[in-house]
Design a protein around this ligand. Structure first.
Ligand SMILES: *[C@@H]1O[C@H](CO)[C@@H](O)[C@H](O)[C@H]1NC(C)=O
Ligand SMILES: *[C@@H]1O[C@H](CO)[C@@H](O)[C@H](O)[C@H]1NC(C)=O
Ligand SMILES: *[C@@H]1O[C@H](CO)[C@@H](O)[C@H](O)[C@H]1NC(C)=O
Ligand SMILES: *[C@@H]1O[C@H](CO)[C@@H](O)[C@H](O)[C@H]1NC(C)=O
Ligand SMILES: *[C@@H]1O[C@H](CO)[C@@H](O)[C@H](O)[C@H]1NC(C)=O
Length: 345
């Protein structure tokens, strides 16, 4: 109630200034970006922020995409859960931060931040939308990832505040609202990444061997970064080969794609898809099973184990896993005692 009253007071005092010149990367207090009229463009013209409709949807969303790439490739969406039903949306910066209004002067999405009349939002060359107040960072889109990880972004968990950042799939190519898949970094145990549908693991990437995750897409020589210390666990990547554009996306079907833009062919090159590696599918070989993509079939049993269900195993259904050929003989004093074998994976 109080907030609404303030807002009303505020908007009745300020006369909005509509941005009509397209080539600006900032929006300040009192300025407006209106659907169909204007966009923000990063200084190097890589990214653009404005209104769009995904796939065959007629709903409108505020998002960020690559400016010079066609078809339009969206990397971030603001109002994922609150679609605009017509092209009357407006983005404004006010004391209340960045606010998205529908045609009825109702705030449908907001950064929930507040600041002074010096608040300014800027679309950086990295694709990060940053809201700052006299040089102090208030909010940034990189802290609120959608389905796409861009170079320089990080997902993970801050072990001090308990706050997590993860990728969430779109419901479909036509609907950017939260789908069932989430890519997250395990907060405890071995450094691992999980791609999960609700709470069931679809794929697991890890453990981290210092350079990459087992089962992870090949990042085409770009450097993967994994921070694993007392204050947090983070995963991200940086460009080394410096292609035109690059992105990693958790698709609506839960698959992970890592793509580079190839200027010569004007197309995205799917450098790799995580599920190309059968062994990335969580628990595919069942208990006591071992997965090796170089083998056909990929699953086998640990030494001393045999398939629990030979018939299923022949049908390439390895889910029931393996069992001991000989029962454990702990405490056996006949010299045939059990021992440990080294498993190289
Ligand atoms: C527009 O706003 C008015 C008053 O805030 C409200 O009564 C009305 O239902 C709204 N209409 C729509 C289509 O949201
Ligand atoms: C756009 O949608 C809003 C919210 O539903 C509504 O209040 C407004 O009248 C619509 N504008 C047009 C031009 O249809
Ligand atoms: C702002 O706050 C509302 C209500 O608490 C919440 O639903 C919404 O997700 C928040 N927006 C952002 C961008 O965090
Ligand atoms: C953990 O890593 C982050 C990111 O590199 C760093 O800012 C932080 O200081 C590190 N914490 C500790 C305890 O080393
Ligand atoms: C990309 O290709 C276009 C023509 O298709 C060309 O004009 C442009 O200079 C190229 N950009 C780079 C960075 O190579």
């Amino acid at each position: 109630m109080e907030k609404q009253a303030l807002l009303f007071l505020y908007s009745s005092v300020l006369i909005p200034i509509f941005i009509t010149c397209a080539a600006v990367d900032t929006i300040t207090v009192g300025q407006v970006i209106r659907d169909g009229d204007s966009t923000l463009v990063s200084a190097d013209e890589t990214y653009e922020l404005g209104f769009f409709s995904p796939g065959s949807s007629r709903n409108r969303f505020l998002g960020i995409w690559f400016k010079n790439i066609s078809p339009q490739t969206v990397v971030w969406v603001a109002n994922t859960e609150a679609p605009l039903t017509n092209a009357s949306g407006e983005l404004r910066v006010s004391h209340g931060g960045l606010q998205l209004f529908n045609g009825n002067n109702t705030v449908i999405w907001s950064t929930n931040s507040s600041g002074s009349v010096s608040l300014v939002a800027r679309l950086l060359n990295t694709g990060n939308l940053v809201l700052s107040d006299q040089g102090i960072l208030i909010w940034q889109s990189f802290d609120h990832p959608g389905d796409t990880l861009l170079p320089g972004m990080r997902i993970g968990v801050d072990l001090v505040t308990g706050k997590g950042r993860h990728l969430t799939s779109w419901k479909s190519e036509d609907d950017p609202s939260a789908g069932p898949y989430v890519l997250w970094v395990a907060p405890d145990g071995y450094p691992q990444l999980f791609d999960t549908q609700n709470l069931d693991s679809k794929s697991r990437f890890g453990p981290w061997n210092g350079a990459t995750f087992k089962g992870m897409p090949d990042f085409g020589g770009n450097s993967i970064q994994f921070v694993f210390n007392d204050t947090g666990r983070y995963f991200g990547y940086n460009l080394v080969n410096s292609p035109q554009a690059s992105r990693m996306r958790l698709k609506p079907d839960g698959d992970i794609e890592y793509l580079n833009w190839i200027n010569l062919t004007q197309s995205w090159n799917a450098f790799s898809t995580a599920t190309n590696d059968n062994c990335a599918s969580y628990s595919i070989c069942g208990p006591y099973g071992v997965c090796n993509i170089d083998n056909t079939p990929a699953c086998s049993c640990l030494d001393g184990f045999e398939p629990r269900n030979a018939e299923e195993w022949r049908r390439a259904d390895w889910s029931s896993g393996c069992q001991r050929i000989e029962p454990l003989a702990c405490g056996n004093e006949n010299g045939y005692g059990d021992s440990f074998l080294i498993l190289l994976v």
